[in-house]
Design a binder for this molecule. Structure first.
Ligand SMILES: [Zn+2]
Length: 219
């Protein structure tokens, strides 16, 4: 068996293309799948509506806000289920508050993702130009939105990569992995985190198998 070799063919914040050599196809494919379903991303998950006189129902408004990709920082935030606060309300390490307070006074206006004001300047919509709701004169929307980390296996809104494809490379035994980020984090970080998560799963499996073997020995 040869050592895995990785060559970066293309890299920007949004996209990374890697050539993998000396890895099994199933392992390469697991990395691809983990980029989509296991790497956490931030998304709005809970909303407290203080006022909504727009034409959108509260639930639709909540759904729309949930689908806005947010900048994600995996160093500073943890998944709520892994946070030591153990609180359903969350804490500084597992949730971020974003406030929306928008009204149409003299003329109709469209509320945009950029109107959300975050308590953490690093955790905000990837783009300020995503339309959320149109307001007619006299209408307003006031709400508190709580973002947290989650995984796409729970809901698609937590998907950090919009695209992750694996194809055969030009030379035998090589594969090309191309990943595009939603903008939540650099594409390269998604791949790194996917590999890290995969390794952790293997480690957990290894210690579990080890434990089982010890049990058998003791019997
Ligand atoms: Zn917490």
């Amino acid at each position: 068996m040869s050592f895995p070799k990785v060559k970066v063919l293309e890299e920007s914040d949004e996209t990374v293309a890697l050539q993998l050599e000396g890895v099994d196809r199933s392992y390469a494919n697991a990395i691809r799948r983990f980029c989509i379903s296991e790497v956490p991303a931030m998304a709005i998950d809970d909303i407290v509506i203080l006022e909504n006189s727009s034409v959108l129902y509260d639930e639709i408004l909540a759904h729309r806000l949930g689908m806005i990709p947010l900048k994600t920082d995996l160093e500073r935030y943890v998944l709520p289920e892994k946070c030591d606060c153990g609180s359903p309300l969350g804490c500084q390490k597992c949730r971020v508050l974003l406030v929306l307070d928008a009204s149409a006074h003299e003329k109709p206006r469209t509320v945009m993702s950029g109107d959300l004001v975050s308590e953490d300047r690093d955790i905000k919509p990837v783009s300020p130009n995503i339309p959320v709701v149109k307001l007619a004169v006299g209408q307003s929307v006031k709400l508190e939105a709580y973002a947290r980390l989650g995984r796409a296996k729970e809901h698609a809104k937590w998907q950090p990569a919009t695209v992750a494809v694996l194809t055969e490379g030009k030379t035998d035994g090589t594969y090309l992995l191309k990943v595009e980020s939603s903008g939540s984090m650099p594409a390269k970080d998604i791949v790194t985190k996917a590999i890290e998560t995969l390794e952790t799963k293997f480690k957990e499996m290894r210690s579990e198998v080890g434990g089982k073997i010890d049990e058998v020995k003791q019997d």
